[in-house]
Design a protein around this ligand. Structure first.
Ligand SMILES: [Zn+2]
Length: 197
C-alpha cells in the first residue's frame, strides 16, 4: 500500500477543525483517504504530541472513536523518550503504576470497562526542571498520569496499607496474600529488601 502523501496533514487539519467532537473511524478514514488512518493518528499523537484520546484513555469513548480536546501538545513523555528507555523503565517498575499499583493489561481499578495502560511519567515534572533520565522516570497508569502532573505523592506506608487491608473483604485479603506470595516466592520478602540496598 503506497503511502498517501498528505494524509497526515489532512487528518491534522480535520482534528484541529473538530476540537471537542467525537469522531469515528469511518469519518477519519474518509478524511485520510487511506486505510492507514490508524498509523497516521498514532504519528499525530506520538510524533507531534496531539492529545488525541481513544477508548483507552476515556471510558465514554467506544473503540474506533477519537477525540481531540485541545491543540496544546502533550508533555514530552512518550515522544522524546526512546523505546529502549521506555522498556527499561516499565521493566524496572514491574509494569505497575507507581502511584496506584495498577498493572498493565489488568482491569483498570477505577474503571472495570477498560484495561490499565501505562505511560512513562516524570517524577520531577519537566516544568520544574526534571530530566528525561531513567532516574527521573516512572510508570504511571492513564488515570494517575492525568492527575500526576506537578504532584509527587509518597508511597503508602505499611501502616496505611494494613489499615486498608484490614477493612477489606476476606476475598480481597486472600487476593492480596496470593499476590504477595507470587511476588516473594519461597521467602517473606527479605531477599527483595536485600536487593534494594
Ligand atoms: Zn495509577
Amino acid at each position: 500500500m503506497a503511502r498517501q502523501p498528505g494524509s497526515r496533514a489532512k487528518l491534522r487539519e480535520h482534528f484541529l477543525a473538530n476540537i471537542g467532537r467525537v469522531m469515528d473511524s469511518d469519518e477519519l478514514r474518509g478524511v485520510a483517504g487511506a486505510n492507514e488512518y490508524g498509523r497516521r493518528i498514532r504519528e499525530l499523537r506520538n510524533e507531534e504530541g496531539f492529545p488525541i484520546l481513544t477508548h483507552n484513555d476515556r471510558s465514554d469513548l467506544k473503540p474506533g472513536e477519537y477525540l481531540l480536546l485541545s491543540r496544546k501538545p502533550l508533555p514530552a513523555f512518550g515522544r522524546e523518550i526512546s523505546k529502549e528507555l521506555r522498556a527499561l523503565v516499565l521493566d524496572r517498575n514491574g509494569f505497575t503504576c507507581q502511584m496506584c499499583g495498577a498493572v498493565a493489561g489488568e482491569v483498570d481499578p477505577y474503571d472495570p470497562s477498560r484495561k490499565t495502560r501505562l505511560h512513562i511519567g516524570h517524577i520531577i515534572d519537566k516544568s520544574a526542571g526534571g530530566s528525561d533520565d531513567a532516574s527521573n522516570l516512572r510508570a504511571l497508569c492513564s488515570v494517575c498520569n492525568e492527575g500526576a502532573r506537578n504532584l509527587t505523592l509518597d508511597r503508602p506506608s505499611s501502616l496505611k496499607l494494613l489499615i486498608q487491608i484490614r477493612r477489606a473483604t476476606k476475598a480481597d485479603q486472600l487476593a492480596v496474600l496470593s499476590w504477595l506470595k507470587g511476588k516473594f516466592p519461597g521467602d517473606n520478602g527479605q531477599s527483595e529488601q536485600r536487593k534494594k540496598k
